[in-house]
Write a protein that binds this ligand. Structure first.
Ligand code: TXA
Ligand code: MG
Length: 336
Protein backbone atom coordinates (compact mmCIF):
# COMPACT_ATOMS: atom_id res chain seq x y z
CA UNK A 1 0.00 0.00 0.00
CA UNK A 2 1.47 3.40 -0.94
CA UNK A 3 1.73 5.78 1.98
CA UNK A 4 -1.04 8.35 2.05
CA UNK A 5 0.14 11.89 1.56
CA UNK A 6 -1.89 14.73 2.99
CA UNK A 7 -2.84 17.89 1.10
CA UNK A 8 -0.75 19.82 3.64
CA UNK A 9 2.37 17.86 2.69
CA UNK A 10 1.78 18.51 -1.00
CA UNK A 11 1.17 22.22 -0.34
CA UNK A 12 4.36 22.42 1.69
CA UNK A 13 6.33 20.79 -1.14
CA UNK A 14 4.70 23.12 -3.69
CA UNK A 15 5.68 26.15 -1.62
CA UNK A 16 9.26 24.91 -1.44
CA UNK A 17 9.31 24.61 -5.25
CA UNK A 18 8.03 28.16 -5.63
CA UNK A 19 10.80 29.37 -3.31
CA UNK A 20 13.47 27.80 -5.49
CA UNK A 21 14.05 24.66 -3.44
CA UNK A 22 14.38 21.03 -4.57
CA UNK A 23 11.64 18.47 -3.97
CA UNK A 24 11.86 14.76 -4.83
CA UNK A 25 8.50 13.35 -5.87
CA UNK A 26 7.06 10.08 -7.15
CA UNK A 27 6.02 9.54 -10.75
CA UNK A 28 4.75 6.32 -12.31
CA UNK A 29 8.20 5.75 -13.89
CA UNK A 30 10.86 6.73 -11.32
CA UNK A 31 11.22 9.42 -8.63
CA UNK A 32 12.07 12.88 -9.96
CA UNK A 33 14.26 15.60 -8.45
CA UNK A 34 12.08 18.63 -9.06
CA UNK A 35 12.64 22.38 -9.29
CA UNK A 36 10.58 25.25 -10.68
CA UNK A 37 11.38 25.00 -14.41
CA UNK A 38 11.11 28.80 -14.78
CA UNK A 39 13.78 29.44 -12.13
CA UNK A 40 17.27 29.07 -13.63
CA UNK A 41 18.98 29.19 -10.24
CA UNK A 42 16.81 26.43 -8.79
CA UNK A 43 17.41 24.24 -11.84
CA UNK A 44 21.14 24.95 -11.42
CA UNK A 45 20.91 23.31 -8.00
CA UNK A 46 19.54 20.13 -9.62
CA UNK A 47 22.68 19.89 -11.74
CA UNK A 48 24.92 20.56 -8.72
CA UNK A 49 23.23 17.94 -6.52
CA UNK A 50 23.20 15.28 -9.22
CA UNK A 51 26.73 16.04 -10.42
CA UNK A 52 25.21 16.13 -13.88
CA UNK A 53 27.03 17.79 -16.82
CA UNK A 54 25.23 20.87 -18.05
CA UNK A 55 25.14 19.39 -21.57
CA UNK A 56 22.28 17.13 -20.47
CA UNK A 57 18.79 18.68 -20.79
CA UNK A 58 16.12 18.15 -18.12
CA UNK A 59 12.53 17.03 -18.72
CA UNK A 60 9.82 19.57 -17.84
CA UNK A 61 6.74 18.09 -16.17
CA UNK A 62 3.31 19.59 -16.74
CA UNK A 63 -0.14 18.89 -15.32
CA UNK A 64 -2.13 19.44 -18.51
CA UNK A 65 -1.90 19.76 -22.28
CA UNK A 66 -2.70 23.49 -21.94
CA UNK A 67 0.38 23.93 -19.73
CA UNK A 68 2.52 22.17 -22.39
CA UNK A 69 1.16 24.39 -25.16
CA UNK A 70 2.42 27.48 -23.31
CA UNK A 71 5.99 26.15 -23.39
CA UNK A 72 6.51 24.59 -26.80
CA UNK A 73 5.31 24.48 -30.37
CA UNK A 74 2.44 22.02 -30.48
CA UNK A 75 2.11 20.17 -33.80
CA UNK A 76 -0.91 18.01 -34.54
CA UNK A 77 1.15 14.85 -33.89
CA UNK A 78 1.91 16.07 -30.36
CA UNK A 79 -1.77 16.57 -29.78
CA UNK A 80 -2.64 13.05 -30.92
CA UNK A 81 0.15 11.49 -28.84
CA UNK A 82 -0.65 13.50 -25.72
CA UNK A 83 -4.36 12.73 -25.96
CA UNK A 84 -3.60 9.02 -26.08
CA UNK A 85 -0.55 8.62 -23.81
CA UNK A 86 -0.75 11.51 -21.29
CA UNK A 87 -0.72 11.34 -18.40
CA UNK A 88 1.88 8.61 -18.88
CA UNK A 89 5.49 7.58 -19.48
CA UNK A 90 6.04 9.53 -22.73
CA UNK A 91 8.29 12.61 -23.03
CA UNK A 92 7.78 14.70 -26.16
CA UNK A 93 10.74 16.75 -27.40
CA UNK A 94 9.34 19.82 -29.15
CA UNK A 95 10.66 23.14 -30.46
CA UNK A 96 10.61 25.79 -27.73
CA UNK A 97 8.05 28.45 -28.29
CA UNK A 98 4.43 28.08 -27.44
CA UNK A 99 2.75 31.12 -25.97
CA UNK A 100 5.56 33.47 -24.88
CA UNK A 101 8.53 31.20 -25.71
CA UNK A 102 12.22 31.93 -25.27
CA UNK A 103 13.44 35.46 -25.61
CA UNK A 104 11.79 36.76 -22.46
CA UNK A 105 13.56 36.61 -19.13
CA UNK A 106 12.44 33.92 -16.67
CA UNK A 107 9.59 35.11 -14.49
CA UNK A 108 9.84 35.05 -10.73
CA UNK A 109 7.29 34.95 -7.98
CA UNK A 110 4.23 32.77 -7.71
CA UNK A 111 1.65 35.25 -8.94
CA UNK A 112 3.63 36.35 -11.95
CA UNK A 113 4.54 32.86 -13.04
CA UNK A 114 0.93 31.78 -13.17
CA UNK A 115 -0.55 34.78 -14.93
CA UNK A 116 2.14 35.71 -17.43
CA UNK A 117 3.51 33.83 -20.45
CA UNK A 118 6.24 31.39 -19.51
CA UNK A 119 9.83 31.15 -20.66
CA UNK A 120 12.09 28.17 -20.11
CA UNK A 121 15.62 29.24 -19.12
CA UNK A 122 18.59 27.97 -21.15
CA UNK A 123 19.91 25.72 -18.39
CA UNK A 124 16.80 23.49 -18.55
CA UNK A 125 17.35 22.57 -22.20
CA UNK A 126 21.16 22.67 -22.09
CA UNK A 127 20.95 25.48 -24.61
CA UNK A 128 19.03 23.38 -27.15
CA UNK A 129 16.17 25.00 -29.10
CA UNK A 130 13.90 22.16 -27.95
CA UNK A 131 12.31 21.09 -24.67
CA UNK A 132 11.26 17.66 -23.39
CA UNK A 133 7.73 17.76 -21.92
CA UNK A 134 5.88 15.09 -19.98
CA UNK A 135 2.66 14.82 -18.00
CA UNK A 136 3.27 12.11 -15.39
CA UNK A 137 0.56 9.60 -14.42
CA UNK A 138 0.96 9.76 -10.66
CA UNK A 139 -1.64 11.56 -8.54
CA UNK A 140 1.05 13.01 -6.24
CA UNK A 141 3.10 14.38 -9.15
CA UNK A 142 0.02 15.95 -10.74
CA UNK A 143 -1.18 17.42 -7.45
CA UNK A 144 2.28 18.87 -6.79
CA UNK A 145 2.54 20.55 -10.21
CA UNK A 146 -0.98 21.95 -9.89
CA UNK A 147 -0.34 23.28 -6.39
CA UNK A 148 2.98 24.84 -7.42
CA UNK A 149 1.27 26.27 -10.52
CA UNK A 150 4.56 26.17 -12.43
CA UNK A 151 6.06 23.57 -14.77
CA UNK A 152 8.47 21.34 -12.84
CA UNK A 153 11.91 20.46 -14.23
CA UNK A 154 12.90 17.02 -12.96
CA UNK A 155 15.50 14.48 -13.88
CA UNK A 156 15.54 11.16 -12.03
CA UNK A 157 16.39 11.73 -8.34
CA UNK A 158 19.80 10.02 -8.30
CA UNK A 159 23.43 11.07 -8.76
CA UNK A 160 24.58 11.19 -12.38
CA UNK A 161 25.15 7.73 -13.98
CA UNK A 162 23.67 5.92 -10.97
CA UNK A 163 20.47 3.89 -10.86
CA UNK A 164 17.18 5.73 -11.04
CA UNK A 165 15.19 5.51 -7.78
CA UNK A 166 11.87 3.68 -7.68
CA UNK A 167 11.21 4.21 -3.96
CA UNK A 168 11.60 7.17 -1.59
CA UNK A 169 14.20 5.10 0.27
CA UNK A 170 16.33 4.87 -2.90
CA UNK A 171 16.20 8.69 -3.13
CA UNK A 172 17.33 9.07 0.47
CA UNK A 173 20.17 6.65 -0.08
CA UNK A 174 21.39 8.40 -3.24
CA UNK A 175 20.85 12.09 -2.40
CA UNK A 176 20.65 12.18 1.41
CA UNK A 177 20.33 15.69 2.78
CA UNK A 178 21.03 17.36 -0.55
CA UNK A 179 17.31 17.34 -1.34
CA UNK A 180 15.08 19.75 0.60
CA UNK A 181 12.02 17.50 0.79
CA UNK A 182 10.97 14.02 -0.33
CA UNK A 183 7.33 13.17 -1.04
CA UNK A 184 6.92 9.45 -0.43
CA UNK A 185 4.30 8.05 -2.81
CA UNK A 186 5.29 4.40 -2.48
CA UNK A 187 7.02 2.28 -5.14
CA UNK A 188 6.80 3.38 -8.79
CA UNK A 189 4.50 1.21 -10.90
CA UNK A 190 6.29 1.37 -14.29
CA UNK A 191 9.80 1.29 -12.81
CA UNK A 192 11.85 2.47 -15.79
CA UNK A 193 12.01 5.95 -17.28
CA UNK A 194 9.72 7.47 -19.87
CA UNK A 195 10.14 7.01 -23.60
CA UNK A 196 11.76 10.16 -25.03
CA UNK A 197 10.32 10.88 -28.49
CA UNK A 198 11.46 13.86 -30.55
CA UNK A 199 8.96 15.59 -32.81
CA UNK A 200 11.47 18.35 -33.52
CA UNK A 201 13.20 16.56 -36.39
CA UNK A 202 11.95 15.90 -39.95
CA UNK A 203 10.72 12.48 -38.77
CA UNK A 204 9.83 11.30 -35.26
CA UNK A 205 12.86 9.80 -33.46
CA UNK A 206 13.09 7.83 -30.22
CA UNK A 207 16.03 9.12 -28.15
CA UNK A 208 15.36 6.73 -25.28
CA UNK A 209 13.08 3.66 -25.21
CA UNK A 210 10.90 3.57 -22.10
CA UNK A 211 7.49 3.04 -20.56
CA UNK A 212 5.55 3.43 -23.85
CA UNK A 213 6.80 0.99 -26.49
CA UNK A 214 7.79 1.94 -30.03
CA UNK A 215 5.08 -0.43 -31.22
CA UNK A 216 2.37 1.49 -29.33
CA UNK A 217 3.63 4.82 -30.69
CA UNK A 218 3.92 3.56 -34.27
CA UNK A 219 0.39 2.24 -34.26
CA UNK A 220 -0.73 5.83 -33.70
CA UNK A 221 1.70 7.92 -35.80
CA UNK A 222 3.47 5.50 -38.18
CA UNK A 223 7.18 4.67 -38.56
CA UNK A 224 9.60 6.03 -35.96
CA UNK A 225 13.39 6.07 -36.19
CA UNK A 226 15.64 5.10 -33.26
CA UNK A 227 18.56 7.42 -32.51
CA UNK A 228 21.85 5.63 -33.12
CA UNK A 229 24.11 5.01 -30.12
CA UNK A 230 27.00 7.47 -30.04
CA UNK A 231 30.26 6.30 -31.64
CA UNK A 232 32.96 5.40 -29.10
CA UNK A 233 34.94 8.47 -28.13
CA UNK A 234 32.46 10.89 -29.68
CA UNK A 235 30.69 13.38 -27.48
CA UNK A 236 27.32 11.80 -26.77
CA UNK A 237 24.15 13.49 -27.90
CA UNK A 238 21.90 14.59 -25.02
CA UNK A 239 20.84 11.61 -22.96
CA UNK A 240 22.90 9.21 -25.01
CA UNK A 241 25.73 8.64 -22.56
CA UNK A 242 26.21 4.88 -22.91
CA UNK A 243 27.01 4.27 -19.25
CA UNK A 244 23.94 5.42 -17.44
CA UNK A 245 21.43 3.66 -15.25
CA UNK A 246 24.23 1.58 -13.73
CA UNK A 247 24.56 -0.25 -10.45
CA UNK A 248 27.95 0.06 -8.74
CA UNK A 249 28.45 -3.70 -8.93
CA UNK A 250 29.87 -4.87 -12.29
CA UNK A 251 26.95 -6.10 -14.40
CA UNK A 252 27.32 -8.86 -16.98
CA UNK A 253 24.68 -9.99 -19.47
CA UNK A 254 24.72 -13.79 -19.76
CA UNK A 255 23.01 -16.53 -21.74
CA UNK A 256 21.81 -19.92 -20.47
CA UNK A 257 23.08 -19.41 -16.94
CA UNK A 258 26.73 -19.25 -18.00
CA UNK A 259 28.18 -17.48 -14.97
CA UNK A 260 31.75 -16.30 -14.38
CA UNK A 261 33.89 -18.71 -12.33
CA UNK A 262 35.84 -16.19 -10.27
CA UNK A 263 34.75 -13.81 -7.53
CA UNK A 264 31.57 -13.60 -5.47
CA UNK A 265 28.52 -13.07 -7.62
CA UNK A 266 24.77 -12.94 -7.72
CA UNK A 267 22.48 -14.11 -10.51
CA UNK A 268 19.44 -12.16 -11.71
CA UNK A 269 17.56 -15.05 -13.18
CA UNK A 270 14.84 -14.68 -15.73
CA UNK A 271 13.57 -17.47 -17.98
CA UNK A 272 15.83 -20.38 -17.12
CA UNK A 273 14.18 -22.15 -14.24
CA UNK A 274 15.94 -25.41 -15.19
CA UNK A 275 19.44 -23.98 -14.73
CA UNK A 276 20.92 -24.82 -11.33
CA UNK A 277 23.68 -22.57 -10.11
CA UNK A 278 25.61 -22.40 -6.86
CA UNK A 279 25.43 -18.61 -6.39
CA UNK A 280 22.74 -16.53 -4.71
CA UNK A 281 19.85 -15.93 -7.11
CA UNK A 282 17.12 -13.33 -7.53
CA UNK A 283 14.21 -14.68 -9.55
CA UNK A 284 12.82 -11.91 -11.77
CA UNK A 285 9.27 -11.77 -13.19
CA UNK A 286 8.94 -13.30 -16.66
CA UNK A 287 6.54 -10.67 -18.01
CA UNK A 288 8.18 -7.52 -19.43
CA UNK A 289 6.31 -4.79 -17.54
CA UNK A 290 6.53 -6.65 -14.22
CA UNK A 291 10.25 -7.20 -14.85
CA UNK A 292 10.74 -3.46 -15.53
CA UNK A 293 8.89 -2.53 -12.34
CA UNK A 294 11.17 -4.79 -10.28
CA UNK A 295 14.52 -4.13 -11.99
CA UNK A 296 16.00 -1.06 -10.26
CA UNK A 297 14.96 -2.23 -6.81
CA UNK A 298 16.71 -5.57 -7.46
CA UNK A 299 19.86 -3.74 -8.57
CA UNK A 300 19.75 -1.43 -5.53
CA UNK A 301 19.55 -4.52 -3.31
CA UNK A 302 22.51 -6.09 -5.11
CA UNK A 303 24.56 -2.92 -4.53
CA UNK A 304 23.87 -3.24 -0.79
CA UNK A 305 25.54 -6.64 -0.78
CA UNK A 306 29.21 -7.25 -1.22
CA UNK A 307 29.33 -8.77 -4.70
CA UNK A 308 32.06 -8.69 -7.35
CA UNK A 309 29.53 -9.10 -10.14
CA UNK A 310 25.86 -9.46 -11.04
CA UNK A 311 25.07 -11.79 -13.90
CA UNK A 312 21.79 -10.93 -15.61
CA UNK A 313 20.00 -13.17 -18.10
CA UNK A 314 19.83 -11.33 -21.42
CA UNK A 315 16.15 -10.45 -21.94
CA UNK A 316 14.21 -12.17 -24.73
CA UNK A 317 13.57 -10.51 -28.09
CA UNK A 318 10.26 -8.76 -28.61
CA UNK A 319 9.03 -5.17 -28.71
CA UNK A 320 7.83 -5.20 -25.09
CA UNK A 321 11.42 -5.86 -23.91
CA UNK A 322 13.03 -2.96 -25.83
CA UNK A 323 13.32 -0.57 -22.85
CA UNK A 324 14.57 -3.22 -20.39
CA UNK A 325 17.10 -4.39 -22.98
CA UNK A 326 18.29 -0.79 -23.45
CA UNK A 327 18.80 -0.24 -19.69
CA UNK A 328 20.59 -3.56 -19.18
CA UNK A 329 22.93 -2.93 -22.11
CA UNK A 330 23.81 0.51 -20.74
CA UNK A 331 24.30 -0.88 -17.26
CA UNK A 332 26.62 -3.56 -18.68
CA UNK A 333 28.85 -1.12 -20.53
CA UNK A 334 32.03 0.24 -19.00
CA UNK A 335 32.38 3.18 -21.40
CA UNK A 336 31.20 6.68 -20.60
O1 TXA B 1 10.55 8.94 -16.55
C1 TXA B 1 11.27 9.94 -16.68
O2 TXA B 1 11.48 10.48 -17.77
C2 TXA B 1 11.91 10.49 -15.39
C3 TXA B 1 10.78 11.03 -14.49
C4 TXA B 1 11.32 11.75 -13.29
O3 TXA B 1 9.94 11.85 -15.24
N1 TXA B 1 12.86 11.51 -15.71
C5 TXA B 1 14.06 11.25 -16.27
O4 TXA B 1 14.84 12.36 -16.47
O5 TXA B 1 14.43 10.12 -16.58
P1 TXA B 1 16.37 12.30 -16.85
O6 TXA B 1 16.85 13.70 -16.79
O7 TXA B 1 17.07 11.34 -15.99
O8 TXA B 1 16.35 11.88 -18.36
C6 TXA B 1 15.89 12.82 -19.30
C7 TXA B 1 16.12 12.31 -20.71
C8 TXA B 1 17.58 12.38 -21.03
O9 TXA B 1 17.88 11.28 -21.86
C9 TXA B 1 17.65 13.71 -21.78
O10 TXA B 1 18.76 13.81 -22.60
C10 TXA B 1 16.35 13.68 -22.56
O11 TXA B 1 15.44 13.15 -21.63
N2 TXA B 1 15.94 15.04 -22.94
C11 TXA B 1 15.36 15.97 -22.20
N3 TXA B 1 15.18 17.12 -22.90
C12 TXA B 1 15.64 16.87 -24.13
C13 TXA B 1 15.76 17.65 -25.33
N4 TXA B 1 15.35 18.92 -25.39
N5 TXA B 1 16.33 17.07 -26.40
C14 TXA B 1 16.76 15.79 -26.33
N6 TXA B 1 16.68 15.00 -25.26
C15 TXA B 1 16.13 15.54 -24.17
MG1 MG C 1 18.32 9.84 -15.08
Amino acid sequence: MPPVLTAAEIDHAARLLRFGRLVAFPTETVYGLGANALDAEAVGRIFAVKGRPNTSPVIVHVASIEMAQKLAAWPETADRLAKKFWPGPLTLVLPLGGVGGRGRPPLRGPGLAVAAPRAIPLIVTAGLPTVGLRMPAHPVALALIRAAAVPVAAPSANRFTELSPTTAEHVRRSLGNDVDYILDGGPCQVGIESTVLSLAEPRPVIYRPGGVSRHELESLIGPIAIAAAPAAGAHPAPGMHARHYSPRTRLLLVKDGELPMEGKGIYLKHTHPAVHVSVETIQMPTEASAYAAALYDALYRVDEGDFDWIAVDAPPDGPEWEAVDDRLRRAATTED
